[in-house]
Design a protein around this ligand. Structure first.
Ligand code: AKB
Length: 316
């Protein structure tokens, strides 16, 4: 990995990832692409900026010709809750975007990292410690696009030898960028509201367990997988990666350890609850640990401490 092009670079993962890659590779070797016009936040700390609608044939090719990156990280995607409201748009962005990226990987001989999600699992998958290789029959359109994306990435590896790799990200928590339109967004919002209001109204039931990860671990997993020796990878598309699993009641209890007056109540959103209920309670990431040495640094309390410390600086 010497020069990386990131799609969706100003989104939740892209923001942290572009900064981490600029630190490693330098400004000129990170091309941060997004579908909106150049925002003020692009000050060089996130690399070079290019406008890109990844679903439009030709746009990505022009950037591949211009910069000749050896790696594409494809973060542009519609998340689960928005996708459920706009299924056709979700298919367009998540699938037509991916095929353009895979074609670019094939034509320009670039490694392609295509993010997947715990949304590939569905009600028929084992609920606890969900294995790497198991039934993938998701019931959300987002999950359908993620399973199709994993298969398409495998196809490009087998048929065209494109070096495709992927991670099944759990819910991700960061203080830098708010997520948009995900089912797991509550686990970010709760920290912001804790600092700003001292209380939070949660749209998921108190006992809904979902796998989650703090963003520094997600960035480490992404870079480690990109750097991994290809000969050690048996799974490729895509690896379960886990750091912690918790319920709304458990994250609230963790916040209370640092802010004893914090309170939580519940107003359930049936659509997001139903998506969450179709996902695992926790997942097994043995394959990632064995094949490329994945190891998380943060558990729930370590993440809560770091989130609250950083948000206090940002929000006050
Ligand atoms: C979402 O909630 O849609 C995402 C995901 C788990 O992929 N955070």
């Amino acid at each position: 990995m010497k020069k990386v092009l990131i799609t969706g670079a100003l989104g939740q993962i892209g923001t942290d990832l572009s900064e981490a890659l600029v630190e490693r590779l330098g400004t000129d070797n990170v091309i941060s692409c997004y579908h909106r016009k150049k925002p003020e936040v692009m000050d060089g700390s996130r690399g070079l900026y290019e406008h890109l609608d990844v679903t439009k044939p030709g746009e990505l090719d022009a950037l591949m010709e211009k910069y000749q990156p050896d790696t594409i990280v494809h973060m542009a995607s519609l998340l689960s809750a928005t996708a459920e409201k706009k299924p056709l748009m979700a298919w367009d962005i998540n699938m037509n975007g991916l095929i353009q990226v895979l074609e670019a990987g094939r034509k320009y001989n670039a490694l392609v990292l295509n993010p997947s999600s715990i949304a590939v699992f569905g009600p028929d998958s084992p609920k606890d410690n969900t294995p790497q290789d198991t039934i993938l029959r998701p019931t959300s359109i987002y999950g359908v696009t993620k399973v199709a994306g994993e298969l398409l990435s495998d196809y490009y590896f087998t048929k065209y030898q494109v070096d495709t790799r992927g991670l099944r990200y759990p819910g991700l928590i960061s203080y830098k960028t708010l997520p948009g339109g995900g089912t797991t967004d509550y686990a970010v919002d709760i920290y912001f509201q804790a600092i700003q209001k001292g209380c939070y109204t949660c749209y998921l039931k108190e006992d809904t367990s979902i796998d989650m990860m703090y963003m520094p671990d997600a960035i480490k997993a992404t870079i480690d997988l990109m750097d991994a020796d290809p000969s050690t990878l048996k799974h490729r598309n895509a690896f379960n990666v886990s750091a912690m699993a918790f319920t709304p009641a458990e994250i609230a209890a963790s916040i209370k350890k640092f802010m004893p007056d914090f309170t939580i109540n519940y107003e359930i959103d049936p659509e997001r609850q139903s998506i969450a209920d179709s996902w695992p309670n926790s997942i097994d990431d043995t394959a990632a640990r064995e094949e490329w040495g994945w190891k998380n640094d943060f558990d729930l309390d370590a993440m809560t401490k770091d989130m609250l410390e950083n948000l206090k600086k940002i929000l006050k």
